[in-house]
Design a protein around this ligand. Structure first.
Ligand SMILES: NC(=O)c1ccc[n+]([C@@H]2O[C@H](COP(=O)([O-])OP(=O)(O)OC[C@H]3O[C@@H](n4cnc5c(N)ncnc54)[C@H](O)[C@@H]3O)[C@@H](O)[C@H]2O)c1
Length: 265
């Protein structure tokens, strides 16, 4: 079964691999035989995940740089390729949202949301793609958007616009980079339980789940599964796509209320 994924011996860079969705991705692809370069701004996180992969017989190495620093990002990817080896794939989970209505948001916050969700991904993906092209090596690139990038995002306007940018950017990458054998795809999570936004089980969280057809938040493993699909040979003819992993959230209609007798008892 492992051969189906085609990840055995592939060198994959995971940006933000020290925690949550990134950590789950590192563990999963390492278990499928990938050699994983784990990057995190918090070096202890990258080292701890790497140590646990090595302890379970996998192959990984820890690196630390800040993806929001252009020079550090370019130098960091070069360091990974020099010390770890040429990359066959890259996944990133790094991203964060500012809170505030469109009327409130200041331009520094707007710029920060573009940088930490969209801008760094463009630079990182282009560096990795250039290296693959120079080696005439195929590859797969995956980023994490959000359902906020696929519909309106009240109080997340700058984040939603940046996440929507990812959805469009991978289409252009698909159009321009397919001739080189490089695929690019997006995973768009709905509400996911993460170390930063843990499960609460309170009234507010339950109320939020009313309009999620599956009536629960997803897990970091759900996201790792989708990222693994895009990194693997299982998606060999798929590029420029966005896969929502959202318990059906985007499939709902404003004219159909799940709470009106359709929720499971
Ligand atoms: N949790 C949700 O419900 C949800 C919903 C939709 C989308 N998302 C998206 O999921 C992604 C992952 O979110 P998360 O909360 O699991 O991630 P996170 O904030 O826990 O970050 C993962 C890792 O990335 C590292 N990191 C952060 N900034 C970095 C930087 N500048 N340079 C290097 N490393 C850095 C962190 O140290 C952390 O270990 C984000 O892109 C987020 O927008 C989350």
């Amino acid at each position: 079964m492992q051969a189906l994924f085609g990840l055995e011996g592939k060198r994959i860079l995971v940006l933000g691999g020290g925690q949550g969705m990134g950590e789950a991705t590192v563990r999963q692809i390492a278990a499928l035989g990938a050699h994983v370069a784990v990057v995190d701004r918090e070096i202890e996180r990258a080292e701890s995940v790497t140590a646990s992969v090595l302890a379970s017989g996998g192959k990984a190495a820890a690196f630390s740089f800040d993806v929001l620093d252009d020079d550090a990002l370019v130098a960091g990817i070069a360091e990974v390729e020099r010390d770890f080896g040429p990359l066959d794939g890259m996944a990133t989970v790094i991203g964060m949202a500012a809170w505030g209505s469109l009327l409130e948001i200041d331009m520094a916050t707007w710029d920060l949301d573009q940088s930490r969700n969209l801008r760094y991904f463009f630079l990182a993906a282009r560096e990795v793609a250039r290296s693959m092209m120079a080696r005439k090596a195929p590859g797969s690139i995956v980023c994490v958007s959000s359902v906020d990038g696929m519909r309106s995002a009240p109080n997340h306007g700058s984040y939603g616009a940046a996440k929507a940018g990812l959805v469009n950017l991978v289409r252009t990458m698909a159009a321009e980079w397919s001739p080189y054998g490089i695929r690019a795809n997006v995973v768009a999570p709905g509400p996911i339980i993460t170390p930063r936004i843990p499960h609460r089980g309170d009234t507010e969280e339950r109320a939020m789940m009313v309009n999620v057809p599956m009536h629960r938040r997803g897990t970091v493993q759900d996201i790792a599964n989708a990222i693994t699909f895009f990194l693997s040979d299982l998606s060999g003819y798929v590029t420029g796509q966005t896969l929502a992993v959202d318990g059906g959230s985007l499939a709902t209609s404003p004219f159909f209320h799940l709470a009106d007798g359709h929720a499971p008892t």
